[in-house]
Design a protein around this ligand. Structure first.
Ligand code: GRF
Length: 266
């Protein structure tokens, strides 16, 4: 029998996507097993869902990290292996016009939180890290310590919009306010930007004139619960191939874009 992949999950809220993944694993639709659920806050309702299924949980309280950092900036407990210059070179979140102090504070706080996440995750050997409504940006400090082999990204995220449209925290809200006639969600690997990583799969729905933002969120979540387990299954089946799309150079990019090819089932 094929070995099940080990899946770690990070959440911030209700955890309905986490539930869909738990169900997918329990029904053997995903050849995987969730080995931990972590959260950036202890109020995340999804933690209760994990406990109900006897999945180990942990919390790294980002609010207190922010508070402590700003109360005592000169004495902040920045990880010893944090290299600001290296992070600034890699990151794709701030332009070169952004004040350096702002960038430094942003990445120092992230590194403190991410170092704690990494310590909590250390006891578990996992194949895939799934962000299921985890509302914190992960910096190169964290990403590089998970993606040991750059050709094999292993942090997945689900975003509530059809990327590259509407990255950021409120995908459904922005889709609705823009007056889009179609909305959707995207599953992608995480890279150094905000919701810019290689797209694995997308699913869309129609938006009708009489629908409210709540209707859109409800419709969106329902398709997320179908799409996310499917993508995790593809990962477990080793069917996600990372390739360099050289065609993207013709359209003016300096470097080939990394894209995901879905391999047929053998
Ligand atoms: C989802 O809409 C997801 O796309 C976004 O945050 C929401 C999380 O919902 N990133 P839940 O916690 O899985 O219910």
């Amino acid at each position: 029998m094929k070995k099940k992949i080990k899946i770690g999950v990070l959440i911030s809220g209700g955890g309905s996507n986490l539930q869909a993944i738990i169900d997918g694993c329990e029904k053997n639709e995903i050849d995987g097993q969730i080995c931990f659920v972590g959260s950036d806050n202890s109020d995340a309702k999804g933690l209760k869902r994990a406990q109900k299924h006897k999945i180990p949980i942990f919390v790294v309280d980002y609010h207190s990290i922010f508070r402590n950092y700003h109360q005592n900036i000169s004495n902040a407990s920045i990880p010893l292996d944090f290299d600001l210059e290296e992070i600034i070179k890699k990151q794709n979140l701030f332009s070169s016009q952004t004040p350096r102090d702002k960038i430094r504070q942003f990445f120092e706080i992230r590194a403190i939180g991410e170092n704690r996440l990494l310590k909590e995750m250390l006891p578990y050997s996992f194949d895939l890290l799934v962000l299921a409504g985890f509302m914190r940006i992960l910096s190169p400090y964290f990403i590089d310590r998970i993606n040991i082999d750059h050709a094999k990204p292993r942090i997945m995220n689900i975003h509530p919009a059809l990327l590259p449209a509407f990255p950021g925290a409120d995908g459904y809200g922005e889709t609705f306010r823009y007056g889009c006639k179609v909305g959707g969600c995207t599953v992608h690997f995480v890279d150094y930007g905000e919701d810019t990583g290689p797209i694995i799969a997308q699913k869309s729905f129609e938006i009708f004139p009489d629908e409210t933002l709540d209707d859109i969120r409800k419709k969106g979540l329902e398709i997320e619960w179908q799409l996310y387990p499917k993508c995790i299954r593809l990962f477990a089946e080793n069917r996600l191939e990372i390739i360099q799309n050289v065609d993207s150079i013709k359209s003016g990019r300096k470097k080939a874009r990394t894209i995901v090819k879905i391999l047929p089932k053998n």
